[in-house]
Design a protein around this ligand. Structure first.
Ligand code: NAI
Length: 341
């Protein structure tokens, strides 16, 4: 079976890590993916286009699946986050980030973290409703609707059921925003009634921050609003060794965009030293999503083996390897495993 996949090459380290990912995916799928590269972000603007050109959106609408390198958001002025616009435009309402301790060299304080962060991706403070009421006073509106809260809860409970998760922690700050977070909690309680076999707890955001640092292994699945999920999923990435290792997916009804948690890493862009593992593991999620489980497992096994058994590591993992050297080593391990099987 052939698949067409939209490829946002991204800004900063994006082209470097997506090129590495394409080499791996082409190898494990025997070239059955037809990549459709599209421009967005500062690369698109530099080419005289808008930050999110229609060609990119059309490609995703057509193919339904995309892998995305990170896109730069200018601070203060320029253009609105393309990441946020893309999620809203395509209604990619659920952001899924599996956070798992990988074997090997990543410096972590914890063993055996294995949790999933699910973040509502379309509303909260991210609808961009911010304005100056009078000089010196800015108002930013947080939008929470029953419809979006119910569907993220339904998605989360279904995801838990389908992926062997046992317990959901619904995160809120209802002590400060009782109406909006209260609605979020109400929707969780309503949907939970249909899943009596899953354990559910609620937790204030600040308590979660402390508990995650104390013992992240007690969590199984975290369900959060947009801003809380944005912040906490980076924190969770830190718990398992950093941004270079954690993949993610933005899922809607019929469309999905897979991307690493990290950004464009301007400090190392163009140097050929970025760690491509996070986007490669995002590709693993994509392969599972499209039903290519064998190829997905080949990717994951090689990544684990690389981390555990080799010293071919990028700088963020304490090594000296380039992006290309790490990718070459992954390809070698994939071949070795194929021969052994
Ligand atoms: P960042 O994730 O780009 O970088 C933070 C630190 O982590 C830097 O020291 C960087 O070198 C390191 N790092 C990140 N990814 C790495 C990798 N794969 N290998 C090795 N080291 C890595 O976060 P920052 O600096 O806050 O954001 C830079 C730009 O990225 C901003 O314009 C931001 O808006 C954008 N961004 C885009 C995202 C996306 O497209 N999904 C997500 C997060 C940020």
């Amino acid at each position: 079976m052939r698949y067409a996949v939209t490829l946002f090459t991204g800004d900063g380290i994006g082209p470097e890590v997506t090129a590495a990912m394409v080499r791996i995916v082409d190898h494990v799928t025997n070239g059955t993916i037809d990549w459709e590269p599209v421009l967005a972000g500062s690369t698109a603007v530099a080419a005289g286009l808008t930050p999110l050109p229609n060609a990119a959106l059309d490609s995703l609408r057509r193919n339904r699946i995309a892998i995305k390198g990170p896109l730069q958001t200018p601070v203060g002025k320029g253009w609105r986050s393309v990441n946020v616009t893309l999620r809203q435009e395509m209604d990619l309402y659920a952001c899924v980030r599996p956070v798992e301790t990988l074997p090997g060299p990543a410096v972590t304080r914890y063993e055996a973290v294995d949790l999933v962060v699910i973040r509502e991706n379309t509303e909260g403070l991210y609808t961009g409703r911010e304005h100056e009421v009078v000089p010196g006073v800015i108002e930013a509106l947080k939008i929470v609707t029953k419809e979006a809260s119910e569907r993220i809860m339904r998605f989360s409970f279904e995801h838990a059921r389908n992926n062997g998760r046992k317990k959901l922690t619904i995160v809120h700050k209802s002590s400060v925003t009782p109406l909006s977070d209260g609605l979020f909690l109400e929707c969780a309680a309503d949907v939970a009634e249909d899943y009596p076999f899953l354990e559910v707890e609620t937790m204030q955001l600040d308590t979660l921050a402390m508990e995650l640092v104390r013992d992240p292994t007690r969590f199984d699945m975290l369900v959060m609003g947009n801003l809380d999920g944005d912040v906490m999923s980076d924190l969770c990435a830190g718990l398992v060794g950093g941004l270079g290792l954690v993949p993610g997916a933005n899922v809607g009804n019929g469309h999905a965009v897979f991307e690493a948690v990290h950004g464009t890493a301007p400090d190392i862009a163009g140097m050929g030293v970025a760690n491509p593992i996070a986007i490669i593991l995002s590709a693993e999620l994509m392969l599972r999503h499209i039903g290519e489980a064998t190829a997905a497992t080949a990717v994951r096994s090689a990544v684990k083996q690389l981390l555990l058994e080799t010293k071919v590591l990028t700088r963020d993992l304490g090594g000296t390897a380039s992006t290309k050297e790490l990718t070459d080593e992954l390809l070698r391990l994939i071949d070795l495993n194929m021969e052994a099987n």
